[in-house]
Design a protein around this ligand. Structure first.
Ligand code: HMH
Length: 191
């Protein structure tokens, strides 16, 4: 167990402290690298909405409000991606890169996983994203608007509410899987 914990701790760190996020914070990432990542994240959020709508459909009664709120927020997020894409001249019709495809496939597998496992995975993927963007905050970054958007109090509150639904016990392998896909997603942005 101690070995698993160490591996998971390292994965949490790798998924929340990444060279891409350092470069966003320092303002050294190029617009084209950032925009390429943003286009892939928009695709991921589309897959996430599909997964979450299905999760809502099979959620127990007390979890419905939080998960339904999350679905509405993801629809708003897709609208926001369209606004950003238009502003930055990003084509949102670009094909999914391998890390995006692989993460989408994990979400597809979660459709078949028990509810407790799936909601725990959702909490991990949202929490890691919040912590990751918090690590990119700085007064000098030209991407401050993005950092603020993904560290907003409303999002943090949502992540905490998901945390109330998550059951970490017995899901180490799944948590590790989600974290590995997050690391691969950041890796994709810097190659
Ligand atoms: C890769 N993980 C990734 N993208 C996101 N937008 C989120 C998590 C949270 O919605």
């Amino acid at each position: 167990m101690a070995i698993v914990r160490g591996v998971l701790d390292r994965l949490w760190t790798a998924a929340t402290r990444h060279p891409f996020l350092d470069a966003v914070r320092e303002g050294t990432i190029t617009d084209s690298a950032f925009d390429r990542w943003l286009g892939q994240d928009a695709l991921f959020v589309g897959d996430l909405l599909t997964f979450q709508a299905r999760l809502l459909a099979r959620a127990p009664r007390p979890a419905q409000a939080v998960l339904a709120g999350g679905c509405v927020a993801l629809v708003a997020e897709l609208d926001w991606f369209e606004v950003q894409a238009a502003r930055r001249g990003i084509d949102l019709g670009q094909p999914a890169l391998p890390a995006t495809l692989a993460y989408g496939e994990l979400l597809g597998r979660l459709d078949a996983a028990p509810y407790e496992a799936a909601v725990t995975a959702l909490w991990v993927l949202e929490r890691v994203y919040l912590l990751a963007w918090a690590s990119a905050a700085s007064s000098i970054s030209p991407f401050g608007e993005f950092v603020e958007h993904w560290t907003a109090p409303g999002f943090a509150g949502y992540v905490d509410a998901l945390g109330e639904l998550a059951i970490l016990d017995g899901h180490d392998e799944l948590v590790g899987d989600v974290l590995s896909h997050e690391v691969a997603f950041w890796d994709m942005a810097v190659v």
